[in-house]
Design a protein around this ligand. Structure first.
Ligand SMILES: NC(=O)c1ccc[n+]([C@@H]2O[C@H](COP(=O)([O-])OP(=O)(O)OC[C@H]3O[C@@H](n4cnc5c(N)ncnc54)[C@H](O)[C@@H]3O)[C@@H](O)[C@H]2O)c1
Length: 365
């Protein structure tokens, strides 16, 4: 394959980052974009000089495409990805969270296998320079025995944000701060500290009139004995304050701060130039979509390992469900018991009409 041809489905808030990233990757080309709302698709299409569509079946029927980036509402990822893999045999890149239910993640992975295509789950913060440096230190054993990891997400999402689109702030289609924002950082804890064993969580809805939580705290004990603390809120005011990560080990401590885990402020594991591993991205989305999608291109062209596999995406959703299950039951829960939230990703009767908004009929069937 000379170049890997991409299409986007969903041209909302984050889609521009995908289009801009693809443009910067050697051997990758954006071919077409699609959104149910024509103006949204047209805006990105015009900027990148590509075709736009409002029905993804039309797009995939007519265009020569290898990879489809699923950037639709979180609760629709599974349905859209499965349809595209089954009907068009395309590789898929799925925005975070991969899906809202573990069983949906499993169905997506199975569908990819059945159709001999790849599925990639986005967690772009894994590719932040600072985070990669922490991962390297972890792999080189520089921390010694790990004591404690902490992530703190203090972001600002107002009522206006939740009211922008019908899917936001709903258990069926979005989830709360843990699913929609802190999932990045929960993923980092799991990626860096290993297999979680037991979790405990507590949540509240403080400043937003939404059915999901806007504030939560949780604790994890990993199988290796290390502990982790999660503090997450979208009720920070008046602006995004921070998304930070700290890791304490017997040989030293690392703290990565900034609004999106992008700036090393403490490093006691030997001498490094902290500035060299710090970035100042213009938004909380960071720069990670570029190396992530570069990894997707390399995996398709050269059979390199996936940058983040569907299985990796699923493991983080399992951890998320364990935390919600603990919150719902009011007690510690063990991952080995396969705990599931009774709310996240469960389609309620009252929300069925929201799903109808995002389903694309196939005119070729
Ligand atoms: N990685 C990140 O940092 C990051 C940041 C923001 C959002 N996200 C994720 O990206 C996804 C989208 O978020 P957003 O903020 O861009 O949402 P958004 O609501 O702004 O955009 C979603 C778009 O999908 C379109 N859509 C829905 N169904 C469609 C269909 N069948 N065909 C074509 N278009 C369809 C909608 O019209 C909408 O424009 C969510 O899952 C979110 O969690 C990730």
């Amino acid at each position: 394959m000379k170049e890997v041809k991409f299409a986007l489905i969903g041209c909302g808030r984050i889609a521009q980052w995908h289009a801009d990233a693809i443009r910067q990757i050697k051997d990758a080309r954006l071919v077409a974009v699609c959104d149910l709302v024509e103006e949204k698709a047209e805006t990105i299409a015009k900027k990148h000089g590509v075709k736009h569509y409002t029905n993804y079946h039309d797009m995939l029927y007519k265009e020569d495409i290898n990879v489809v980036n699923i950037i639709t509402p979180s609760g629709m990822h599974a349905e859209h990805a499965i349809d595209i893999m089954n009907t068009y045999k395309k590789h898929v890149v799925v925005e975070k969270p991969m899906a809202l239910r573990v069983e949906d993640c499993q169905a997506m992975i199975e569908t990819a296998k059945k159709n001999k295509v790849s599925i990639h789950a986005i967690f772009q913060n894994r590719f932040n320079k600072a985070v990669l440096k922490v991962k390297e230190a972890m792999q080189d054993g520089l921390f010694g025995k790990i004591v404690l990891g902490t992530v703190r997400i203090r972001w600002c999402r107002t009522q206006k944000y939740y009211e922008r689109d019908p899917w936001r702030g709903k258990w069926s289609f979005d989830g709360g701060v843990l699913t929609s924002q802190a999932v990045h950082h929960i993923d980092l804890l799991r990626w860096l500290l290993g297999e979680p064993e037991v979790v405990s969580g507590i949540a509240s809805t403080r400043l937003n009139d939404i059915e999901v939580e806007d504030t939560a705290c949780a604790w994890i004990r990993f199988k290796n004995g290390a502990l982790a603390a999660i503090e997450a809120t979208t009720a920070a005011r008046p602006d995004d304050l921070e998304a930070s990560l700290s890791i304490l080990g017997e040989q030293g401590t690392v703290i990565v701060e900034g609004v999106s885990v992008n700036k090393i402020t403490t490093w006691t594991l030997g001498k490094i130039n902290m500035k060299e591993f710090s970035e100042a991205p213009p938004t909380i989305y960071g720069f990670g979509h570029i190396p992530f999608l570069e990894g997707v291109v390399k995996s398709i062209r050269n059979k390199n390992p996936y940058p983040i596999s569907g299985e990796e995406g699923e493991k983080t959703i399992r951890l998320l469900h364990a935390i919600y299950s603990s919150i719902e039951q009011g007690k510690h829960v063990y991952l080995d018991d396969e705990p599931r939230s009774l709310r996240l990703g469960i389609l309620k009767q009252k929300d069925k009409k929201i799903r109808d908004l995002y389903i694309t009929p196939n005119p070729y069937r």
